[in-house]
Write a protein that binds this ligand. Sequence first.
Ligand code: SF4
Length: 103
Amino acid sequence: MKTSTDRRRFLRLTMAGIIGITLGDQILQRKALASEELPHLAEDDAQASALQYTHKSPHEENHCGNCMLLQGNEGDEWRPCSIFPGKAVNVNGWCSAWTAKPA
Ligand code: SF4
């Protein structure tokens, strides 16, 4: 005969299992995204043009490499950017959404 303590324990273990599976799946998806070769953002892409994106920053100090919105792995030349989902931007590039990384 099951006691309420057994049921609570069963529910806790079940919830922990569901949370563990969900977190594990999210980690695997992020790793897949990070390692996947994203297509490079074209300078003549409509959204890129609207934000004046260029592969070579016209500014000496501001470039994708020190923008808070850049994602991906440090050291990669082409990296994902949260402004242009599904595309990779050049770390030497720039757009008008440039935002300084917090110090
Ligand atoms: Fe580069 Fe603009 Fe993306 Fe910042 S927001 S990483 S400047 S493309």
